[in-house]
Ligand binder design. Structure first.
Ligand code: GLN
Length: 204
């Protein structure tokens, strides 16, 4: 059965994720479609969701106001796979603070018992690329692009997929995946392909 994969289109890297997902689905020859979603009604139709990188305060606040936050929460709690990228990973957490300004008290989706540090590697000017390996999900030497990236400072009951400079930069718990870095900004489709397969498996 065809799977519907959505990208939460409140703010951030929406189009880039559309391109990566469309290319991944074509390469894998999977039966899936890609949708730009914003409202609770649109989200309710999805079998998987990407929460893109961008500005987590904006995505969280707007999702709270339009009801998307509640719908995403319900769907993920009932098993829908979700990929949170950078700001999207911040939103997966139940606790986030900023390296410079401390506690932000921003709305969060609250899926994972993890402590998130925003801008953990510095500000925009300190953006960088690094090779990342996530061996437990079969991805190695992946080009990680870090832009005002968060890191996880304490991970409760989650699988750590990758660390960089001693900091946790990718995690997984069941169908929930988070990356500090931006897979949609590279030509390497490994992370998006992994997510497409996860959505397909969870639907079967
Ligand atoms: N630092 C941003 C935030 O916390 C995330 C940056 C990004 O998604 N590239 O929202």
């Amino acid at each position: 059965m065809s799977a519907k994969i959505g990208i939460l289109a409140i703010q951030g890297d929406v189009i880039e994720n559309v391109s990566s997902l469309v290319a991944s689905i074509a390469d894998l020859n999977q039966d899936a479609t890609v949708h730009v979603v914003k409202t609770p009604e649109e989200i309710s139709e999805m079998d998987g969701l990407v929460i893109p990188g961008g500005e987590s305060t904006t995505i969280g606040q707007m999702s709270l106001v339009n009801g998307a936050l509640k719908e995403v929460k319900q769907k993920v709690e009932s098993g829908m796979p979700v990929l949170g990228i950078c700001a999207g990973m911040v939103l997966l957490a139940n606790n986030a603070s900023d390296k410079v300004i401390g506690e932000t008290k921003q709305p969060l989706f609250d899926f994972l018992d993890i402590k998130l540090e925003r801008n953990s590697f510095g500000r925009q000017k300190q953006s960088f690329e690094a090779d990342i390996s996530m061996d437990s999900i079969g991805i190695s030497n992946y080009p990680g692009i870090f832009i005002r990236a968060p890191a996880i400072s304490s991970a409760g009951d989650v699988e750590v997929l990758a660390k960089f400079n001693e900091k946790i930069v990718a995690i997984k718990k069941g169908n929930i995946i988070g990356t500090s870095f931006h897979p949609e900004l590279t030509d390497d489709l490994a992370v998006h392909k992994y997510f497409v397969n996860l959505v397909k498996e969870s639907k079967n």
